[in-house]
Design a protein around this ligand. Structure first.
Ligand SMILES: Cc1cc2nc3c(=O)[nH]c(=O)nc-3n(C[C@H](O)[C@H](O)[C@H](O)COP(=O)(O)OP(=O)(O)OC[C@H]3O[C@@H](n4cnc5c(N)ncnc54)[C@H](O)[C@@H]3O)c2cc1C
Length: 448
């Protein structure tokens, strides 16, 4: 076995990179700073262009990684310091406390059932998704263990209903929590896995190369545009993805946030805010196919639902993508080449009226819909800036990691031995992420 390799980011790119490297007999540390590996793909419903179930494809790989003798997964873990000496990288990681003994937790969820307090889920909040203060990242999480919201400690969630029983003791003076229902529920299951006073742990590694696979984030809705901040029934495309998902907050029912009634007419606005001061200055490549996918699946749920896509450019760049767009049209999706300029709400019905310029006729028109989805695009991980400093590698002007040469060395960085793959390099789809992951893994193995 050669010297180990560190992969930062456990999305579909990091996972594929890890499996390829490990299958060559090289030890891999796969680090993710969230409580589970899986990345964005684990939160999707189906995947274009095949419309296969996203988690059904990814979960077996996540478990393969988990069970691979050459791979060590470190979740909730940040890369704090990296120094290169004698051709090797000395790495300091910090494993942030999950407040759980992961050896003892079996993922039975008794603690989650017992927890009295919930907060809106960071991704699903607008469509009603709530998360207990002790929770699992998602049902198929790897490792399949719970974690506790750090804010739950020291009584900071008292006003959210977390502390029941009226305890008045200053939490910082206490080593046990006599009122924590999660502790009691866990003990009742005979496990005693909750560790409310667990601290962060430093881990030091020495690796010969590093692959950065820190992925993308869904862009927030541009402030003040198309009524997202104002009207309940304007959501983003990741929120729509979660609405369609049987594992999402509505168990797959495509209902409106305002009244939880099924939406019968839904519009998508593509490139929401692109080119405007509030929006992204670039094309995110995948949104056209995401909208096509979401309309096809909506029609599969209920063919009577009317779906319209307001678009300006159309990107169908990948294999099978043009056929996928044709399939959406065959299903009855209306593509309207348009520039939407105003969205207003009927306060009684909460329906939305979209006013737009028809770019084919030049006429000003309007459409009333029950739900509006904004295709907001992909942005870099918000942790890239910090990681770039730690690794001493460069970011491009958009905040993605900069390739040493976009044509001839697209997976290399300015530091020998540090490579890139997947969304860390820019907006990308799953199959391209996997291709890059395999190539970056091979480069990491061959580094000398
Ligand atoms: C709404 C929506 C729908 C989509 N639908 C499709 C589809 O149908 N088909 C398709 O091909 N593509 C689709 N995509 C694109 C797809 O999600 C991406 O191509 C894919 O997730 C990229 O994988 P990745 O591993 O590079 O990044 P991610 O999936 O983003 O994973 C990155 C991982 O790195 C971790 N991380 C980030 N920063 C750090 C750090 N500093 N330290 C440690 N860990 C870190 C994150 O926690 C995450 O787990 C969709 C995207 C969106 C937003």
């Amino acid at each position: 076995m050669s010297e180990p390799i560190l992969i930062i980011g456990g999305g579909v790119a990091g996972i594929n990179c890890a499996l390829n490297v490990a299958n060559y007999g090289t030890k891999v540390y796969l680090v993710d700073d969230t409580p589970s590996i899986g990345g964005m793909m684990a939160r999707l419903d189906k995947t274009f262009p095949t419309n296969d179930c996203s988690i059904c494809i990814e979960a077996p790989l996540m478990y393969e990684v988990h069970n691979h003798s050459n791979i060590e997964i470190l979740t909730n873990t940040e890369v704090r310091r990296v120094r290169k000496t004698n051709g090797m990288f000395k790495v300091r990681l910090v494993k942030k406390a999950k407040f759980i003994d992961e050896e003892k937790c079996t993922g039975c969820r008794a603690c989650m059932d017992a927890c009295p307090a919930s907060l809106p889920d960071e991704m699903d909040g607008k469509i009603g998704g709530m998360r207990k203060l002790i929770s699992m990242a998602f049902p198929q999480a790897v490792p399949n263990k719970v974690y506790i919201n750090p804010d739950c400690r020291y009584g900071r969630m008292r006003n959210k209903g977390a502390c029941v029983g009226g305890c008045v003791v200053d939490c910082s003076q206490c080593r046990e929590c006599p009122i924590a229902l999660c502790v009691a529920a866990c003990k009742k299951e005979g496990k005693d896995a909750v560790r409310l006073w667990q601290s962060n742990k430093n881990i030091d590694l020495e690796v010969k190369s590093i692959v950065v696979a820190t992925g993308i984030k869904d862009a927030p809705a541009p402030p003040g545009l198309h009524g997202y901040d104002v009207y309940d029934n304007v959501i983003t495309n990741i929120q729509f993805e979660r609405l369609m998902n049987a594992g999402g907050p509505t168990t797959g029912r495509i209902v409106r946030p305002s009244d939880k009634k099924y939406a019968h007419k839904i519009a998508w606005i593509q490139c929401a805010g692109r080119g405007l001061a509030q929006g992204l200055p670039y094309c995110s490549k995948v949104c056209c196919m995401i909208a096509a996918k979401q309309t096809i699946i909506t029609k599969e749920h209920d063919s009577s639902v009317e779906t319209l896509i307001f678009y300006n450019d159309l990107k169908a760049y990948g294999k099978g993508f043009w056929g996928f767009y044709q399939k959406a049209k065959e299903k009855g999706v209306r593509y309207i080449k348009a520039r939407p300029y105003d969205v207003s709400e009927d306060p009684a019905t909460k329906n939305l009226t979209i006013r737009y310029e028809d770019l084919e006729t030049g006429e000003l028109k309007k459409e009333e819909v029950e739900l509006l989805v904004l295709s907001t695009g992909l942005i870099p991980s918000n942790r890239n800036q910090n990681l770039a400093k730690v690794l001493n590698i460069e970011l491009d002007h958009l905040g993605f990691f900069k390739e040493r040469d976009p044509l001839m060395a697209p997976l290399a960085t300015n530091v020998k031995g540090i490579y890139l793959c997947g969304g860390a390099t820019g907006p990308i789809d799953i199959s391209e992420s996997v291709v890059q992951a395999c190539a970056a893994g091979m480069k990491a193995i061959l580094t000398n």
